[in-house]
Design a protein around this ligand. Structure first.
Ligand code: ADE
Ligand code: ZN
Length: 328
């Protein structure tokens, strides 16, 4: 078996996956028609054409807007699993949903019930486990984030296990510490916590430490800039907080091609607890297999590291022990 085939077939757990970006391009058009939403263009290539975080986030909002009902969410959830099983032998996935973005159309409990319906159906057919993480839209206010967490507490679901983040370019305007109240409320109510930090320039490497020390995260999304600061890197390694890295998304958004000096490669060589994910599979035209083949392979890592990274995804998952045992 060739190394690329080995990497594609390796069973995988994915932890950093935005639900909206698992939606097939054809489905964006189909749901737009179903719900009478006018898209900026019906040409898929120009719709998906984004090579910077700002354009990408515009696309993210546009795509989000075509989903209106719980059934829409269920349909997107189901087809996303079908694709990921085919492309990268997905066995378990944690999804970032974004209840704030759909609030105008759909109440929080209806949204998550739709997602759960679709993912349960896929789980029965393909055996792919899942958990759901509600992502704070960082373009909205800290108060709005607190309201989002309160909604989660008022409508608990076994499948919804924590909070994360999305939106906003890290251009220095935002400090990760501004979300501390939402994170404290989540922590006090037994919700797990992850944060998007230090994704691209000029984000501050120190934001990794703010996430660990102030937001009390049990996971970090991206975190690449830690590789540029020896003290931050040492703390990240010492903490062993899992880092959900996304090679192809950094290639598209930051122009950082997979090579041995890539920041993710430096994190791995330093001993950080790195896992691999797609971030936004359809929008970055990637899949979990490609993250391993082009990402890890391009960074020069062999099968031992690949195996270790894929298992790190299982260990860092927010599911129960019985499910982890099945995934190991
Ligand atoms: N929303 C979805 N993916 C994102 C990313 N990588 N950075 C910021 N916001 C996002
Ligand atoms: Zn992300």
């Amino acid at each position: 078996i060739s190394y690329p085939d080995y990497l594609r077939l390796l069973p995988k757990a994915e932890l950093h996956c935005h639900f909206i970006a698992t939606m097939r391009p054809g489905m964006i058009l189909e749901l737009a028609d179903r719900n009478g939403v006018v898209l900026p263009t019906r040409d898929i290539d120009s719709l998906l054409d984004s090579d910077n975080l700002q354009d990408f986030l515009t696309l993210f909002v546009t795509a989000n807007d075509v989903l209106r009902t719980a059934d829409d969410f269920a349909d997107v959830a189901y087809q996303g699993v079908v694709d990921a099983v085919r492309d990268g032998n997905l066995r378990y996935r944690e999804y970032f949903v974004n209840s704030q973005n759909s609030r105008r159309y759909l109440a929080y409990p209806d949204l998550v019930d739709g997602v759960i319906d679709g993912l349960r159906r896929a789980e029965r057919e393909f055996g792919v486990g899942f958990r759901i993480v509600n992502a704070i839209n960082r373009a909205l206010s800290p108060e709005d984030a607190v309201a989002m967490v309160r909604e989660m507490i008022d409508h608990p679901r076994d499948e919804v296990v924590g909070i994360g983040q999305d939106h906003l370019t890290e251009d220095g305007r935002e400090a990760p510490g501004m979300w501390v109240e939402a994170y404290r409320l989540a922590e006090a109510n037994g919700l797990r916590r992850t944060a998007h930090v230090a994704e691209t320039l000029p984000a501050d490497p120190e934001s990794v430490l703010v996430a660990i020390d102030d937001l009390h995260v049990d996971r970090i999304d991206h975190g690449y800039r830690a590789a540029d600061d020896p003290d931050v890197l040492a703390r990240l390694v010492e903490s062993q907080v899992p880092v959900a890295c996304t090679p192809i998304s950094t290639l598209v958004l930051s122009g950082w091609a997979p090579e041995p000096d890539h920041r993710i490669a430096r994190l791995i060589r330093a001993g950080a607890n790195v896992t691999l994910s797609t971030d936004d599979a359809v929008f970055f035209r990637t899949d979990l297999g490609r993250e391993y083949v082009e990402g890890l392979g391009g960074m020069g890592f062999g099968p031992d590291v690949a195996k270790r990274v894929s298992l790190a995804g299982v260990e860092a998952a927010w599911c129960d022990e019985a499910q982890k045992a099945r995934l190991r």
